[in-house]
Design a protein around this ligand. Structure first.
Ligand code: SF4
Length: 266
């Protein structure tokens, strides 16, 4: 029987990156892949270059040639949502499973010991998930330490958004949409173009109960930012020494009403 392949799918997020760093010398034969929707934040592509430099190895880019816009048409213009995550299945998981084929694979996932979420579980019996951080008891602080000590650091989007993935990802909080508007106004505009809203406000929008045009109203942005600062201040009052990126992550975790996709955001 042939030996299992060892594969780590990077998402452009901090945990999968820390895992790649953690395993670089432990599993030299590791294959690193990234499933590219071609709609990722620009900071992710820059981060992948940084990770490659550290690993001294290419990260194989996998993608579905037809792309997001084709599939959106196939799905009748229905934007993906947390209830219907067709984007993850088609643009992330399928290219990964095609790449693996029928080979026996150990798939390394960066779920930490202090997390409860499920790893992406393939329906393919030849894929065995391995969770080294869970097995070795590594928690959030360890991840920040690994990233810092390696020199790879955090992705640049981390000052305004804590999750990797597509620029228009529906898992974004209101504050993160406001961050997209500020940091990438062109991508915010493109996200608006995907929304179809009639005069009565009915249609397909990325978020619930509010279109991006409504969200980008200056008064609404002010309101979102004020609320965000109140949350930041509350946490900072309890522990003034904590770095901003940790506080942002805590706010986003507390604010979470959906389980984020472990394939895209890890
Ligand atoms: S990052 Fe978000 S929008 Fe992109 S594929 Fe994943 S779940 Fe879908």
């Amino acid at each position: 029987m042939s030996q299992a392949r060892h594969i780590l799918a990077l998402s452009g997020g901090k945990d999968s990156t820390a895992l790649a760093i953690y395993l670089r010398d432990r599993i030299p034969e590791m294959e690193y892949v990234f499933c590219d929707t071609k709609k990722e934040l620009p900071e992710i592509y820059e981060y992948l270059d940084r990770i490659e430099a550290f690993l001294g190895k290419k990260i194989k880019r996998l993608c579905d040639d037809r792309g997001f816009d084709h599939w959106l048409e196939v799905f009748g213009g229905f934007l993906p949502s947390s209830q219907m995550r067709w984007c993850t299945k088609i643009l992330k998981i399928k290219p990964f499973e095609d790449y693996i084929g029928d080979d026996e694979v150990k798939m390394y996932v960066g779920i930490r010991a202090d997390e409860n979420r499920q790893a992406y579980v393939s329906t393919k019996p030849n894929i065995t998930p391995v969770l080294p951080f869970k097995d070795d008891g590594l928690v959030r602080d360890d991840i920040f330490r690994i990233l810092k000590e390696s020199g790879v650091g955090l992705p640049k989007y981390y000052s305004w958004r804590t999750r990797s993935g597509c620029y228009f990802c529906f898992f974004q909080r209101k504050q993160e949409w406001a961050g997209l508007l500020k940091n990438h106004p062109d991508l915010f505009e493109k996200s608006i173009e995907y929304e179809k809203v009639d005069k009565e406000g009915n249609g397909y929008t990325w978020g619930q109960n509010e279109s991006l045009v409504q969200l980008s109203d200056p008064d609404r942005i002010k309101e979102i930012e004020e609320r965000h600062h109140i949350s930041l201040n509350k946490i900072q009052q309890n522990n003034s020494k904590r770095p901003l990126h940790e506080i942002l992550e805590e706010i986003n975790d507390d604010d979470s009403d959906d389980t984020p996709c472990s394939f895209c955001h890890i």
